[in-house]
Design a protein around this ligand. Structure first.
Ligand code: TRP
Ligand code: ZN
Length: 485
């Protein structure tokens, strides 16, 4: 089985290089010195929380001063009118004494905000909602902010031209959040560094269903018999870009992996036939990955196959990845691998995205290697044959030039090449151990590139010099490396 990611544009168009432009070195230097976001978890009294976390690619994304622990979302959507009304109950802890704090929300109208049950003043400037609670929030105080909002949710065009946020489908809608789309359907701290648990209730007209992350706890018909509420619960921490809601008609199926993880799949009837065979392999793929990457970190798994307009990419939404059409096995391997690399251990900022995509791509290489296909080394060598002008060499995986290039092939394929070079530096045994221990030791948390390189060095004393060479040439080096060895 010989596959190259580029031969599957419909499955992963985002990994296609968009430009061969090489940016001046000076720009990389500037990016490298921009302050990065704080650690994964979230003074003097009475100061407002920051309106952004200074992500190098999306500076206004997320908010400072508090850390969300739980979102309880209660959404009501009607595909005919395209109207969404919602209540978001956000439980958060103040990291410092707060006179005000911000929430990210795009489009939609805020109707009312309360904090700990008391009416708060909310003001709006574009995507920033500033909430001024009746009483100041003391440092360390856990509070509950309740936001009532509604409107017609918007589709966001990414810096690279693709769609995310709220997408309409033939029979409903799909909420997708990477990298900034979740603010199109609920207010919150929409930076990957603030993870939280979720209860997501979606009420829809009878005749359509609603599917989300985690486990379906119950469904309830309204007293007039015209609407159904679907209650989903995601009990392990999740970054907001990994939340999803799929509304429409689906063929759903439940099962269990051989290791006992509950499976729930929801497939657009038009894609049901094409999806049946590959989704039947999901339990096998998940258990294979659990053997390679360590115990599966979540309490259920599955998949959503749903077509939203011309969205042609898959997304590793937590527990239940979304595919625009029936995936092939390689893409299934990729999105399920993200459950460890990206979902359980999440990037501290969007600069660290190669940690998601490099690992998920490497998982495909490993799958091929162990299923009668090319070895990872052969896949690596095939990429080395590409000319120096190829997009894969356009920039170092750890330093995408700007947000428009976050999903280009250096982040995916060259990210995976970094891992192949790590494997060759430390040997197969230590590399297998690393594939497990990296996500296990950072389970439900966040990590950045420096955390990763320091971790690999710590776990492999004596290999410091070889690893330094890998970082310099493969992770941070500009252009095509001269030799593959
Ligand atoms: N993470 C997705 C994958 O590899 C691709 C993707 C979807 C993406 N939306 C994105 C990548 C936004 C970067 C930015 O399967
Ligand atoms: Zn991916």
């Amino acid at each position: 089985m010989r596959r190259r990611p580029r031969s599957r544009p419909r499955s992963r168009p985002r990994s296609r290089p968009r430009s061969r432009l090489r940016l001046p070195v000076a720009l990389f230097t500037v990016l490298a010195t921009v302050a990065t976001v704080a650690a994964c978890d979230g003074g003097v009294h009475g100061t407002p929380g920051a309106s952004g976390l200074r992500d190098p690619y999306f500076p206004k994304l997320g908010n400072g001063g508090y850390d969300v622990g739980h979102y309880a979302l209660d959404l009501d959507y009607d595909p005919d009118t395209h109207h969404l009304s919602g209540t978001a109950e956000i439980t958060a802890t103040a990291g410092k004494a707060l006179s005000a704090f911000n929430l990210d929300l795009r489009g939609l109208t805020v109707r009312e905000v309360t904090v700990d049950g008391e009416k708060a003043v909310a003001s709006r400037a574009g995507r920033e909602v500033t909430v001024r609670p009746h009483d100041e929030l003391p440092e360390g105080h856990t509070f509950r902010a309740t936001v009532r909002y509604d409107g017609e949710p918007v589709t966001i065009t990414d810096p690279d031209g693709t769609g995310e946020g709220w997408l309409r489908t033939a029979d409903g809608a799909l909420g997708l959040g990477e990298p900034t789309g979740s603010m199109a359907w609920f207010p919150g701290n929409h930076h990957p560094s603030d993870k939280a648990t979720y209860d997501i209730r979606v009420t829809v007209p009878v005749g359509v269903q609603a599917v989300s992350n985690g486990e379906l706890r119950r469904t309830k018909r309204s007293s007039d018999g015209r609407r159904t509420a679907y209650d989903w619960r995601m009990r392990q921490p999740m970054a907001s870009y990994l939340a999803t809601v799929a509304i429409g008609k689906f063929e759903t199926e439940r099962g269990r992996t051989p290791a006992g993880i509950p499976v729930y799949t929801a497939v657009d009837p038009d894609e049901a036939k094409a999806s049946a065979k590959v989704l039947a392999r999901l339990p096998e793929v998940l258990d294979w990955e659990a053997e390679r990457f360590g115990a599966y970190p979540f309490s259920s798994t599955g998949a959503i196959v749903d077509r939203a307009g011309d969205v042609g990419y898959a997304l590793e939404t937590q527990t239940r990845p979304v595919f625009p059409v029936a995936p092939d096995v390689g893409l299934l391997v990729h999105e399920l691998a993200h459950q460890w690399y990206g979902d359980s251990v999440t990037p501290k900022s969007w600069r660290d995205m190669w940690l998601n995509e490099g690992f998920a791509t490497y998982a495909e290489w490993l799958w091929d290697e162990e299923h009668g296909g090319d070895t990872a080394r052969q896949t690596f060598e095939a990429i080395m044959k590409r000319p120096a002008s190829d997009g894969v060499w356009a920039f170092p995986p750890a330093e995408p030039p700007n947000a428009a290039h976050l999903s280009d092939s250096p982040v995916y394929e060259r990210g995976a090449m970094v891992l192949q070079k790590v494997r060759e530096a430390i040997g197969d045994t230590k590399f297998s151990a690393l594939l497990k221990s990296w996500p296990t030791d950072h389970k439900y948390r966040c990590a950045d590139t420096d955390d990763f390189t320091a971790y690999v060095e710590r776990k492999n004393p004596g290999k410091g010099e070889a690893l330094a060479g890998v970082w310099e040439t493969w992770l941070y080096g500009n252009g095509k490396p001269e030799s593959a060895s």
